[in-house]
Ligand binder design. Structure first.
Ligand SMILES: Nc1ncnc2c1ncn2[C@@H]1O[C@H](COP(=O)(O)OP(=O)(O)OP(=O)(O)O)[C@@H](O)[C@H]1O
Ligand SMILES: [Mg+2]
Length: 351
């Protein structure tokens, strides 16, 4: 029996901010119902990991209350650190047969036992290299990590109907906004506070994924050191909120030096990509995440990497009631909401 598909609230739990997006299917495509974010207390997170889940629970509850989102089904995602993604070749078979075989032979593909991981898979295409074989994307997530994350979301009053992976939420959001670039390889880079999620998509399919350990927090930290001020103050200065006339030259130095480090990390990731796909060309970079809002970042990366770069605004093709949501505000926070939006596109019962 067909059940009405339920709209899920997309919930992105970041180390800096919790984001929520709710969409519904309208006449003109996806329609924005609700969106917002709340800052996670500084003490709750260190080194990009949640140390004080009860504080994050509190933030989630507060945001849901402010947005008048009732306790219910949500889609959330775990980061790339929590999963192992592998592209494998398997003899052509049905999805069902594949499921059985992968479960039986999981130890061949990932260094875990079956009872330690949740296994998911997607048949991508027929193999280009071997006849009667197909390419399969295998995703294995450590049960322990998923379990404590799901517990935290439940404690906050939610029912996590879908647990996705940041990489795929990112590519989903991108595809819903810009469609599929059939002829181009696109680098998606979500730069948060403590980490950067990279997904390279080819004809709408994830080709390569990579997590990097840089984010906006490192600029804040450098500003604090450079100007001899607290992290809180440095954050305000970074966002241009501080009334204090910060030393421009030293502030710029903090930005430029950090961005140079980021570029080195990105180059290393792309080198790794090219070692797997020596023939591939990278056509464009789309930036998202809060740190994509750093003025001029796309130009900086474009100059350093020689790949056309732009900031992704996933709200661009969402039908929005301008009376309820200020377009200027949406334009501003759009890039930061990308993963939450990618999650809001998921449906209950999706794999
Ligand atoms: N206008 C802006 N200019 C520069 N940096 C900004 C701006 N707005 C937000 N940021 C930075 O973006 C970061 C937060 O981005 P985001 O919300 O994507 O992170 P997160 O998802 O919570 O973190 P993570 O994914 O790393 O756990 C912070 O470091 C913040 O300082
Ligand atoms: Mg994030």
């Amino acid at each position: 029996m067909l059940r009405k598909q339920k709209d899920l609230v997309g919930v992105d739990v970041g180390s800096y901010a919790v984001k929520m997006v709710q969409l519904t299917e309208g006449k003109a495509g996806h329609r924005l119902v609700n969106l917002g974010m709340a800052l996670v207390p500084h003490e709750a997170v260190s080194e990009g990991r949640i140390q004080r889940p009860e504080m994050v629970v509190e933030t989630l509850r507060k945001l849901a209350k402010n947005l008048k989102i009732k306790p219910g089904s949500i889609a959330a995602s775990i980061s790339g650190y929590e999963v192992m993604i592998k592209k494998i070749e398997m003899p052509t078979m049905t999805e069902e047969e594949l499921g059985v075989q992968l479960r039986r032979e999981i130890a061949q593909y990932v260094p875990y036992k079956l009872d330690e991981v949740n296994v998911d898979y997607e048949i991508l295409d027929v193999s280009k290299r071997r006849a009667k074989y197909m390419d399969v994307l295998l995703v294995a997530a450590k049960k322990e990590a998923v379990g404590s994350y799901v517990n935290m979301l439940r404690t906050a009053g939610f029912d996590p109907a879908v647990i996705d992976v940041d990489y795929f939420a990112l590519s989903n959001a991108f595809e819903a906004t810009y469609g599929v670039f059939a002829e181009e390889n696109i680098v998606l880079m979500d730069i948060g506070a403590s980490k950067t999620t990279m997904t390279i998509v080819q004809a709408g399919r994830p080709l390569f994924t990579r997590d990097m350990t840089f984010g906006g927090q490192s600029i804040t930290h450098r500003i604090a050191t450079e100007l001899g001020t607290s992290e809180e103050n440095a954050e305000r200065i970074k966002l241009g909120l501080g009334a204090e006339s910060a030393d421009r030259a030293r502030l710029e130095k903090a930005f430029v030096e950090t961005l140079a480090e980021w570029t080195t990390d990105v180059k290393r990731a792309l080198d790794f990509f090219f070692s797997h796909f020596p023939e591939a060309k990278l056509h464009r970079i789309f930036l998202s995440g809060g740190s994509a809002r750093i003025p001029g970042l796309e130009k900086f990366l474009e100059a350093e990497l020689g790949i056309p770069s732009e900031v992704c605004n996933p709200l661009q093709h969402i039908d929005v009631d301008a009376g309820r949501f200020d377009p200027a505000y949406l334009q501003q926070i759009g890039p930061q909401m990308t993963i939450a939006l990618g999650l809001a596109l998921r449906r209950a019962g999706d794999k």
